[in-house]
Design a protein around this ligand. Structure first.
Ligand code: CP
Length: 332
């Protein structure tokens, strides 16, 4: 494996192999596996879990890492091609990123969606332009429309919880003060579809999954014996569900228009997961969220602190999942 960009680049059997390696590294640590190796981490956007879990995972395998957050102790990076750099951005990504890659054995990049033009974000134009500048093994630490590390950790979490491979998986839109990117919803749908699950997207009008993402999920689900549907009917969606995965995302109808999105979500405060949501679900239904989450906006304290919630397990699993990825990319 040379790059870890999209879980769908791997066959489901290869994803299961990665999860098996993650579990093996938990049982039988390899503190020298990546001795002498260096991981360079470029964060164009904030993080808690991704930053800490990559650094901790690399250290546990005997390697080292450095973190660059442009503008925080390092030069502000310009990303626009053809920019006249007479503002506060002192260095272009076209020099900065190859320089960082030259110091490292592998590189991780986080670069969120611009949130202005759905087609450009769907095409991953920003992340692809950066990826072309890296001649080392590369990890997508969240791009405009993907977050494969989160998806891998979530698959591992469901395996540990004995969630059936073909169980019902509901991805539900939940409230947030502003429009958020589609990266986690997209990666989550890919993951659940590849796992062969009965995937249902529950969302209000105006927050439809973009057609290319829905088509991808449908294709992957079909290949794995699962299915993909979308609905606004909460009771029908949650009937028999084994997982309720909550996520916030911006209106696809008003993509790039924060005022129209804000107007639409003004009537959607009740899209906050609470215990009554689980009434039609399987009694063992788990609550999942990638974090960070807004308490009592997206989900109530009672659910988040209650027995259904596996959010801390998901966050922990980021580390062993990424250790498996780093091991595949860098171990001899
Ligand atoms: N889930 C996730 O990627 O968390 P961070 O944004 O804190 O890295």
């Amino acid at each position: 494996m040379k790059r870890f960009i999209d879980l769908a680049d791997l066959e489901p059997a290869a994803v299961r192999d990665l999860i098996a390696l993650a579990q093996k590294l938990e049982r039988e640590p390899e503190p020298e596996a990546l001795a002498g190796k260096v991981l360079g981490l470029l964060f164009m956007n904030p993080s808690l879990r991704t930053l800490a879990s990559f650094q901790a995972g690399m250290a546990r395998l005997g390697g080292r890492s450095f973190v660059i957050t442009p503008g925080q102790g390092t030069w502000q990076l310009e990303t626009r091609l053809g920019a006249v750099m007479d503002g506060d951005r002192a260095e272009h990504i076209r020099e900065g990123l190859p320089v960082l890659a030259s110091y490292a054995d592998a590189v991780g990049i986080r670069s969120f969606a611009e949130g202005k033009d759905l087609a450009a974000d769907m095409a991953e134009t920003g992340f692809k332009a950066m990826a072309e500048l890296v001649d080392k093994p590369l990890v997508n630490m969240e791009s405009a429309m993907n977050h494969p590390c989160q998806a891998l950790a979530d698959w591992k979490t469901m395996d540990e919880l004995d969630v059936p491979a073909q169980g019902k998986f509901v991805l539900s839109w939940v409230n947030h003060p502003r429009a958020l990117p589609l990266a986690v919803p997209a990666a989550t749908l890919t993951m659940a579809a590849q796992r062969g699950m009965e995937v249902v997207v529950l969302r209000p009008e105006g927050y439809e999954i973009p057609q290319p993402l829905a088509d991808k999920a449908r294709r992957l689900a079909k290949a794995s014996g699962g299915s993909f549907t979308e609905t606004t009917d909460r009771t029908a969606a949650l009937k028999g569900a084994r997982v309720l995965y909550a996520k916030e995302w911006g209106s696809t109808r008003h993509y790039g228009d924060p005022s129209a999105d804000a107007e639409l979500r003004r009537q959607l405060a009740h899209w906050k997961v609470d215990e009554p949501w689980f009434a039609p679900a399987d009694p063992a239904c788990h609550f999942m969220h990638c974090l960070p989450v807004r308490r009592n906006v997206a989900v109530t304290d009672a659910v988040l602190d209650g027995p259904r919630s596996v959010v801390l397990r998901e966050a922990y699993n980021r580390m062993p999942a990424q250790m498996a990825v780093l091991h595949r990319l860098l171990a001899r």
